[in-house]
Design a protein around this ligand. Sequence first.
Ligand code: MTE
Ligand code: MO
Length: 366
Amino acid sequence: MNLWGKRNDMVVHEREPFNAEPPPAALTGGPAVALTSLDAFFSRNHGPIPDLDPAAWRLEVDGTVTRPLSLSLEELRTRFEETEVVATLQCAGNRRTGLTGVRPVPGETPWGPGAISTARFRGVRLADVLARAGPAPGTAHLAFTGADVAPGARPPQPYGGSVPLEKALGPEVLLAWAMNDAPLPRVHGAPLRAVVPGWIGARSVKWLRRVTARTTPSDAYFQTTAYRLLPADAGPGRTGPGDGIPLGPSPLNCAVLSPVDGSRPPAGPAQVTGYALGGEHRTVARVEVSADGGRTWRPADVDEPAGPWVWQHWRTVLDLPRGEVEIVARAWDSAGTTTPESPAALWNPRGYANTSWPRVRLCCGP
Ligand code: MTE
Ligand code: MO
């Protein structure tokens, strides 16, 4: 076991704050295996991991509510209905390395295709807790505040973010204390985290301390300034609060898991596998794979979705010629949207939302 209970072969981008993604082989699924084991689940942190005493911990629910609440873990568990959701969490920076090949993205974690994982979360519905507190008229957003202080934020402050009330009321949005039937691991937010399926991972706030009903989005740095899609030509002077598009729902995305980029498999028939994730309220309807850089395409077998908030694995067999081979994949969702070919058209200063065709370069031997 490595740091924080993770496998030894995790790709650790940073130790402090801890940022690590599993190797692609740890994310390969079979038809029945949509979940990622806890020792392989990616970990994205902006500051030191808090060590909270669950017995002393309380959740405050405040802001524009008629009855502010202060709940112990025991009160949360016993006063509200317990429920589960299987959800794929994807960091907005997943597959960033596909963008850094276009132009560097200084200061951001160089995620490969592994800043994404899936778990079964258990907890209570945020909507039920909010109903107990009674949102006042005019409430339009719910802000989450964590217990960790992020040194990279301006000014340094606890991690936070928000979702619009409409999303917060969805029955899929949980305050969760368990993950894959085990207690929520400390590195994933113990004792309690928000889980916002279908949205960028950044909104699923860990080490949750406070839920605040507001008329406006959170004024935390991670809502006002980070996790925003800036124009490609935004200079350092144009990256202040309120600039760019705040990221919320995850877009359609697709990645190749095997063969691994840069490997040297034998020429001939080879199994190609990967995952695709539909955007919010959409499933993956089609995946095609090419062994000639995108001139000709083969359909892949795509798993049925294990739920509305879950990635889908896919696989096909391609005949690999000898020499340099470039495998490329593209996906469509249930609304007919398809992934864009070019990372150049997607490049943005913080390197978010790379949905372009994944490319895997191989040198195939005799
Ligand atoms: N919550 C807190 N309190 N602090 C954080 O640094 N990182 C966010 C989110 N919640 C973060 C947080 C980001 S950017 C992502 S992608 C997910 O947590 C990652 O969740 P995981 O580490 O459980 O995989
Ligand atoms: Mo993230």
